[in-house]
Design a protein around this ligand. Structure first.
Ligand code: ZN
Length: 625
């Protein structure tokens, strides 16, 4: 948590879907609104904490130049920083939740501004700490730990800084490197302006005579059109419109990849991948294991493609057919109470303590359900009010999506709740690499429960079908992106030139392999080679998308273990929920019973995917008879 001294403004909200509806907040019954009075009874109480922090922050500056003096001095500085961060997070949770209730209230927005100002002051005042700790010799740090047992609370924080020692340069070199940050985001800016504004949006005329414009946003809608010629036209026109600019976009992306490599190399990493993963201390082999295992399990994707072909009733499946939903949407309706009851039943496999905590979240008003005038759209969970409890904001619309959104956010909430309860504040925050496991385990168990209790075959097929689509797009598609990202970085790191044409070749080789083009599982038409140019993540992030795949693989595998093995698997799973940031992410996952470096997680996820396909085929065979 201390490492977040600098990131107070981009605070950990996990945002999801978007919808909104007008209803006056004052008309909503209390039981559907969160209770922020548990954080502060009044805004005056919040104000008092703000005043206290504003004066306390200055005391941090007194430790400047003294961290290496003694164990006591180091401990007291860290303790003060820790306590201030904890209060800062609590005050932030109050102000941001309050302002999200209605974004039009100016006095709440003013609270956010005061928070940001305090956050900046805090970052500036505490900026000396990490570089100073870095300067303390290893032997001295070891000695400090012996002298001051209280330092144990901050061992993860200190060890993380020490871990970076091998990749930290002299002060003068660091200064030069930092100056390049001014231009480091250039390729992403160029792409953003081009893709969202200046790129001409092609038009197509659909079978109903309507002419539509294809922007990145409208494309995702039109690629799902039920008429086959329409979606073929949409996809070919859209990707060809990127093909026109392939060399410009290729040069731009190559520039970004070169930038990654320059920074990694200057920091003495052997690859951009190693540099990226080192932030969370994730071994490079986690990445190679993912790619290797997903490749080994491509036959499961081929089976999915063949099933899709059968369900669509086409002779040969094309890439443009992939986004048509397998089964037409079945509308299911849920009141908030019905949704709560469904979740209490669906999440029973996670044990009594889990269900009791869910009940507590419902009873004690941790959740703000209703869409109201001016309320922030979408959904998030925040566990940053460490001494209180997590809070969820969502916009309930009486449909199944509302129930699964709540299941997802409750996963984050349970993870935060158990971490906060079992770890000191300094070790309660968990890494991105494990952040989506609990949320996805919940969604998986909800889907299982809904399938088991479906009233009709159509409902069952819809639930199974949308779940399969999720596995296809998240496990396979995101890993194919991860493979592309690795290949283009490798080229640059080997000192080889790379152009837009090279990227097209690399991309189409990967897609051909994943979708079984040669064996007729899915025809990958030539214009698919330009798809990479449409994916903004390659410019905005470095080695990030693979975590979408790993999260879903681990979560699916945990859900399988929980369903197959029962209580012993649940007990182990709690090591993630309760572990917070007390260990590195990979170790927490190992403690919970899965080794990310072994084939097991992917095998279990594929076992699940095949079971879902078995269930679907069984229903289809029955209908066909
Ligand atoms: Zn999430």
């Amino acid at each position: 948590m201390l490492k977040h001294f600098l990131t107070i403004t981009i605070f950990a909200f996990i945002a999801c879907n978007t919808f909104a509806q007008p209803l006056e907040r004052s008309k909503v019954e209390n039981q559907y609104k969160w209770n922020l009075a548990e954080i502060y009874p009044t805004t005056d109480a919040w104000k008092a904490d703000m005043d206290m922090m504003n004066s306390q922050v200055e005391k941090l500056a007194d430790f400047k130049g003294k961290l290496g003096e003694s164990a006591k001095s180091l401990y007291e500085a860290l303790k003060l920083g820790n306590d201030l961060t904890k209060t800062l997070y609590k005050a932030w949770t109050y102000a941001s939740n309050l302002s999200n209730e209605d974004l039009n209230i100016a006095k709440n927005q003013a609270m956010i501004q005061q928070m940001s100002a305090l956050g900046t002051k805090f970052s500036e005042t505490s900026a000396f700490m990490e570089p100073e700790i870095l300067q303390i010799p290893k032997e001295k740090i070891d000695q400090f730990f012996k002298e001051e047992p209280g330092l144990k609370e901050f061992d993860m924080y200190i060890n993380n800084i020490i871990r970076m020692r091998a990749h930290t340069l002299s002060a003068a070199e660091e200064k030069i490197l930092a100056s390049f940050n001014l231009i480091a985001g250039n390729q992403d800016d160029v792409y953003g302006i081009f893709n969202n504004a200046e790129k001409p949006a092609p038009k197509v005329t659909l079978s109903d005579g309507k002419e539509v414009e294809l922007t990145p946003a409208s494309y995702t809608r039109y690629r799902t059109l039920p008429n086959r010629e329409d979606r073929e036209k949409v996809m070919s026109t859209f990707f060809n419109s990127y093909g026109i600019f392939k060399n410009t976009l290729g040069a731009n992306l190559a520039g970004k990849v070169k930038k990654d490599w320059v920074f990694a190399k200057d920091r003495k990493y052997s690859s951009s991948l190693e540099a990226s993963l080192d932030r969370d201390n994730i071994p490079v082999s986690v990445y190679s294991t993912l790619i290797e295992q997903v490749n080994k399990n491509l036959p499961t994707l081929y089976r999915f493609l063949d099933l899709k072909k059968r369900m669509l009733g086409v002779d040969s499946l094309h890439y443009y057919d992939l986004y048509v939903p397998l089964v037409a949407k079945v509308d299911m309706s849920f009141t908030i109470e019905q949704g709560q009851k469904t979740l209490l039943n669906a999440l029973k496999p996670l044990g009594k303590e889990y269900v009791a905590t869910l009940q507590k979240a419902f009873n004690d008003r941790w959740i703000d359900y209703m869409p109201t005038v001016g309320k922030r759209s979408g959904a998030y969970s925040t566990g940053a009010a460490y001494d209180v409890h997590p809070y969820i904001l969502m916009n309930w619309t009486d449909d199944y999506e509302s129930v699964s959104t709540l299941a997802h956010e409750l996963g984050h909430t349970m993870h935060s709740y158990f971490s906060n309860k079992n770890q000191p504040f300094s070790k309660s925050d968990y890494a991105t690499f494990v952040a989506e496991i609990a949320s996805t385990v919940n969604e998986t168990l909800l889907n299982d429960y809904m399938v088991k209790n479906a009233k009709t075959d159509e409902e069952k097929l819809y639930l199974l079908g949308s779940y399969l689509d999720l596995l296809r797009t998240t496990i396979f598609r995101q890993t194919s992106f991860a493979e592309f990202e690795l290949d283009i970085h490798k080229k640059v790191e080997e000192g080889k030139p790379i152009t837009g044409d090279d990227m097209c070749k690399i991309y189409s080789d990967i897609v051909d392999k994943y979708y079984g083009n040669e064996d007729g599982h899915c025809v990958v038409d030539p214009y698919i080679q330009y798809e990479w140019a449409y994916i903004p993540h390659f410019l905005g992030y470095t080695y990030y998308v693979f975590q979408y795949s790993t999260s879903l693989i681990y979560a699916t595998a945990f859900a399988e273990k929980i369903v197959n093995e029962g209580q012993p698997a649940v007990d182990k799973y709690y090591n993630i929920l309760k572990g917070g940031g007390s260990k590195y992410a990979v170790d927490l996952i190992k403690d919970a019973g899965l080794d990310p470096l072994s084939p097991e997680p992917t095998e279990l996820a594929m076992q699940k995917m095949n079971k879902v396909m078995d269930q679907m085929e069984e229903i289809l065979n029955k209908i066909d008879k």
